[in-house]
Design a protein around this ligand. Structure first.
Ligand SMILES: NC(=O)c1ccc[n+]([C@@H]2O[C@H](COP(=O)([O-])OP(=O)(O)OC[C@H]3O[C@@H](n4cnc5c(N)ncnc54)[C@H](O)[C@@H]3O)[C@@H](O)[C@H]2O)c1
Length: 274
């Protein structure tokens, strides 16, 4: 249950008498990704796992990418042959080449979901190691995957790409400097690709989640930074469930988003509106 009383089910209308009328129930669109190959990074946990699951249940073949072999295996156990697991680090170009090879041809869509948090440090206290790692995973990884798949999409006449940015891509007060810079830059990457490849039929959009109830690790807390951010965090709605984000991402990955290119979609319960 999330703040709206949402429940996640295998689809279909709510059972009589079960959830209240206002509850959100995840209803799959059967066959929306039938015949399609979709690369999902960060597929072993949280938003990426929910996205991979939704695409697979809507008929897609998912190339599921993560650094965690064990959690990817659990995904395969749950979803079966719809999932092609690839243990890979998206910051490594050889690994990215293996991801594309695992697709065995046409890639219809790419969801760049994998990402890591920073420690909420303000710029004067950001270590080189934190800066380099956060930028590598949150920005360079998505860049490498886009660079690898876009030529095939252009040659085939189209494709969709969804980058997962953050509330921290929309404002300065949601996270530390490194994470905020990485997520703002990902929006620039999204808009540039949308402009460059829209005429070729490749649509690139982004989803900006607010708080989401996942196991995303926080590598320590910079006390001074967190004290500054606290008033902004206090205005956030309660965290959403990952399946609610998967709904937004799957929409943008699918043909249902036909008229969207370069859009940055806040999926944050309205946080960024205030
Ligand atoms: N959870 C939130 O509140 C929240 C809010 C805003 C944005 N986001 C963004 O949503 C995305 C998903 O976050 P989540 O909450 O599901 O996190 P998560 O930690 O649950 O899942 C992220 C997955 O990415 C994988 N990963 C990390 N580095 C990788 C790498 N180099 N190569 C391949 N895989 C890698 C991890 O192993 C993990 O399975 C991230 O981009 C994050 O920045 C999350």
């Amino acid at each position: 249950m999330d703040r709206t009383g949402s429940q996640v089910t295998e689809g279909g209308p709510p059972e009589p008498g079960a959830p209240p009328e206002t509850a959100w129930v995840e209803v799959v669109t059967p066959g929306r990704f039938a015949g399609q190959t979709v690369i999902v990074t960060g597929a072993a946990s949280g938003i990426g796992r929910a996205t991979a699951t939704r695409v697979a249940r809507e008929g897609g073949r998912v190339v599921a990418v993560d650094v965690s072999a064990e959690r990817l295996e659990a995904l395969v156990t749950e979803l079966g042959e719809a999932v092609v697991p690839v243990v890979a680090d998206i910051t490594n170009d050889d690994d990215v080449a293996r991801v594309v090879a695992a697709a065995e041809g046409r890639v219809h869509a790419l969801a760049n979901v994998a990402g890591i948090m920073d420690d909420f440090a303000p710029v004067a206290e950001v270590s080189d190691a934190m800066w380099d790692r956060v930028l590598a995973v949150n920005l360079t990884g998505p860049f490498r995957l886009m660079r690898a798949v876009i030529p095939g999409m252009v040659a085939a006449g189209g494709g969709t790409i969804v980058n997962v940015t953050s509330e921290a891509g929309l404002r300065g007060g949601a996270a530390g400097t490194a994470y905020t810079a990485s997520k703002h830059a990902l929006i620039g990457l999204t808009r540039s690709a949308a402009t460059m490849y829209g005429p070729d039929g490749v649509r690139t959009n982004a989803v900006a989640p607010g708080g989401v109830a996942t196991g995303m690790a926080i590598p320590g807390v910079n006390a001074a930074g967190m004290a500054r951010l606290h008033p902004v965090h206090a205005t956030a709605p309660a965290p959403a469930q990952p399946e609610a984000l998967a709904a937004s991402i799957a929409f943008l990955l699918s043909a249902d988003s036909v008229n969207l290119n370069g859009a940055i979609l806040p999926s944050d319960g309205g946080w960024s509106a205030s």
